[in-house]
Design a protein around this ligand. Sequence first.
Ligand code: PMP
Ligand code: G9A
Length: 408
Amino acid sequence: METLWEYRYAYRMKSMKSSVIRELLKLTQKPEIISFAGGLPAPKIFPVKEFQEAAYRALENNAEKALQYGTTEGYLPLREMIAERSARYGLKINASNVAITSGSQQALDLIGRLFINRGDKIIVENPTYLGALQAWNAYGADYIPVPMDKEGMITSELEKALRKGAKFIYVLPNFQNPSGVTLSLQRRKELVELADRYGTPIVEDDPYGQIRFEGEHLPPVSVIDSEYREQEGSSYDSNVIYLSTFSKLLAPGIRIAWVIGAEGVIRKLVQAKQGADLHTSSFNQISVYEISQNNFLDKHVEVIRATYKVQRDAMLEAMDEFFPAEVKWTHPKGGMFLFVTLPKNLDATELFEKAIKKNVAYVPGVAFHALGGGKNTMRLNFSYPDSDTIREGIARLGNMLKEEIYVK
Ligand code: PMP
Ligand code: G9A
């Protein structure tokens, strides 16, 4: 029966759809399905024992804080720790530049609240992270997608987009979700120069930067921006808002992430967060602080890198073996995803049902294209299934694709 709520939804609900990833998560939780769909970290390397000990310490030594309301900015020792760790990557910040959020997803939503008026244009990579589109659709964002190649966002195309006038540029420089592509150093510099020339700030979303399997670490866009504008002294007056998260470094279930920004931006973001959830779980923040002691994060990142590298290799090898020659894919140097391009006449959304019949799932690429397109693309995740499962799933997918390309 219809309730009285039916005709009372706010305008913003018109542009809101369910996230394909969230919907697929329900479907792919069936044990018979091999899922390359969700961006789930590998549960086999969750630091369970270390979390048990950290949670114990949080309650043993710090229960008054862990179980109490906390400040909206977040637990100060955790923010200080993040500021110190960020210095390694060249970010000159202190705790006043850091706010803790309930996942980076909340940070994306708060950024929407802070900056997006209905009809504002946001420059995004094409494809881009679906969760950002979902957050910003609610605020009535319009998008200017910029095409990518093997080096990331194509900067000559970015210039065309900037001429249209945009509120900000959203960029995922490392092992991008969904493409797995990394923005090259040269392109990072060009991005910063162009953004500066057109007076357009940047949101840098970097959940995967530390999960590199090979090659040299590249400086964050925020650091290049500070250098380019010859920022002096210790205050972070950057035009870049930088996001990262413990979801991929420790575990996503704890929902702890951070935002780095100029002090003024952090103050506004904190005001918006006050209305959203007062603050992020004190207990989880203190547990994350505790688990991070004695260099644990660095040790654990090594385990993550080693595990995902093996699984990425298993996926690439299996694709070479089982995928038809007409299909192309990216070769990520880190992160959790790669992106597949099918021949133009194939539609990955239509094929999805067939894949499910073969008990294998992926995310159809259309979902990551802000203005549509990308019908013949799909995203595959390699962090969740183990290597044997990956091989089996890729074989199933390869067979399905061969049937489509050769038999029809
Ligand atoms: N940004 C990107 C690019 C992501 O891939 C994710 C997680 N898939 C998030 C933000 C959100 O992460 P969380 O909310 O778990 O911190
Ligand atoms: O489960 C989620 O919604 C987070 C993962 C995002 C992704 O698969 O990109």
